[in-house]
Design a protein around this ligand. Structure first.
Ligand SMILES: NC(=O)c1ccc[n+]([C@@H]2O[C@H](COP(=O)([O-])OP(=O)(O)OC[C@H]3O[C@@H](n4cnc5c(N)ncnc54)[C@H](OP(=O)(O)O)[C@@H]3O)[C@@H](O)[C@H]2O)c1
Length: 135
């Protein structure tokens, strides 16, 4: 079983329902967290004592910056949990390009970009080998 005590884990989407519960579980297991989402108020309302870094996953540059800052904060990154995601409802024939682009950017491209940013960083310890996506 993976050892979580003292592992540095970036929880992306920690302001959401799934991410909040995952963050609490990881904290209970002794992991050191970095909490991320766009909504700082909701991240602060978690009342966890870990650093908060806001980022918009639809913006590739913000993803790179998020991973770099998360690594700076802890000195290393052992894992990333991606619990962020967006949904849209309605007929496929009526969905707009803007909605399609947002769905694809956040749900599909962001996990890949997170992993790529993590693998490309200057690492004092071995980088994360994967991102756990929420879909
Ligand atoms: N809950 C479930 O049982 C379940 C089951 C299977 C799959 N999923 C999937 O898991 C994901 C999370 O579910 P949830 O129930 O926790 O949803 P949720 O409560 O709506 O939370 C969504 C999370 O995604 C973040 N997010 C959305 N767009 C973002 C963006 N552009 N940049 C950064 N963060 C962004 C939100 O952060 P901010 O609000 O701070 O921006 C929030 O933390 C969804 O994709 C959902 O479809 C959920």
């Amino acid at each position: 079983m993976t050892r979580l005590r003292d592992a540095s884990i970036l929880v992306v989407g920690a302001s959401g329902g799934l991410g909040r519960d995952i963050a609490r579980l990881l904290a209970d297991q002794g992991a050191r967290l970095i909490l991320s989402g766009r909504d700082r108020d909701r991240l602060e309302a978690l009342d966890l004592r870990w650093p908060i870094i806001t980022a918009d996953l639809a913006d590739p540059a913000e993803i790179v910056d998020l991973v770099a800052r998360a690594t700076d904060v802890t000195g290393r990154l052992d894992g990333i949990v991606n619990a962020a995601g967006v949904v849209a409802f309605g007929a496929a024939t009526e969905v707009t390009d803007a909605t399609l682009d947002r769905l694809f950017a956040v749900n599909t491209l962001a996990p890949i970009r997170l992993l790529r940013a993590a693998r490309q960083g200057p690492w004092p310890t071995p980088p994360p080998r994967g991102v756990v996506p929420s879909w």
